[in-house]
Design a protein around this ligand. Structure first.
Ligand SMILES: [Zn+2]
Length: 280
């Protein structure tokens, strides 16, 4: 009886861990994927799908621009002779992540900027100093607008000179590079520069600092604001200025992160400890 209860609790815990520890921060690539105006959209063509008579066979061909959907901007995107996507050292592709929420600002201003003060406030409010070699994500709440291109980009004309969405202030990007030695920044919007930008100074700043950008990042609300680790795996395109990227967030629910405070999780831990002490 007791051992089956313990087994049940352990099963529940491992289920919980498996579900809470790893989150995919990548949108699926398909014909709905957003690209910058003038870029080639994602197009998948079925080459063969069916039985050959001897076996089942299925294969596609694809074409798409580098910069669309959940993707990485390599430093060479906005600065001459900086790293291409295949040059980025792999040590920089696995890094601690901090998520800075600017939703309240973005609700009032659809072209809101994540500023240096927001980062300093994040550090102060959480009593933390951003670790070196980290990735900083801006959570503006823009994921909710996905599926409505007008709301996501800020106009219905596919006109890049009249876009409205949040991004990083160039000064904030420079501060992060100089003061915190980060490896990457990321946004839940279409660009690390906010919509109205025409000089793309945030892109220039990160490229110059050999820092990569992540755009259209999914599920920022599902990961803890600190304590998680990102694995960032861009398609290894030779001499690419960027490309599709798979981003996974992973964290330890025992030692921190959002789930450590989940009452169910805490209760199951307490019951487990109690039963173990009592009967083993
Ligand atoms: Zn890009």
């Amino acid at each position: 009886m007791i051992s089956s209860i313990i087994q049940l609790i352990l099963a529940f815990q491992s289920f919980h861990l498996l579900n809470g520890r790893i989150i995919d921060m990548t949108y699926t690539f398909n014909s709905d994927t957003y690209y910058w105006p003038g870029s080639k959209n994602f197009n998948r063509t079925v080459i063969f799908k069916g039985s050959t008579g001897k076996f089942w066979y299925y294969a596609n061909e694809m074409e798409f621009a580098e910069h669309g959907g959940t993707h990485l901007d390599a430093p060479s995107h906005f600065y001459k002779d900086k790293w291409n996507v295949d040059d980025i050292p792999i040590e920089r592709l696995i890094a601690p992540v901090y998520v800075i929420d600017i939703k309240s600002k973005a609700e009032k201003d659809s072209s809101a900027l994540l500023e240096t003060e927001d980062i300093q406030a994040f550090e102060k409010n959480n009593n933390v100093k951003i670790e070196r070699k980290s990735i900083i994500l801006m959570n503006s709440g823009w994921q909710e607008r996905l599926g409505n291109k007008t709301l996501y980009f800020g106009n219905d004309k596919n006109n890049a000179s009249d876009f409205h969405f949040p991004g990083f202030h160039p000064d904030a990007a420079e501060w992060l590079i100089k003061e915190r030695d980060i490896v990457g920044i990321g946004v839940d919007t279409a660009s690390v520069d906010h919509g109205p930008s025409s000089d793309f100074l945030t892109h220039v700043a990160i490229s110059k600092g050999n820092v990569y950008g992540l755009e259209n990042v999914a599920n920022m609300d599902k990961i803890p604001k600190m304590g998680a680790k990102l694995t960032v795996l861009p398609m290894k395109i030779g001499k690419g200025s960027g490309g599709p990227v798979r981003i996974l967030a992973e964290w330890d629910t025992q030692s921190g992160g959002a789930d450590a405070l989940n009452p169910l999780f805490m209760l199951s831990n307490l019951i487990t400890i109690f039963l173990l002490v009592l009967f083993l």
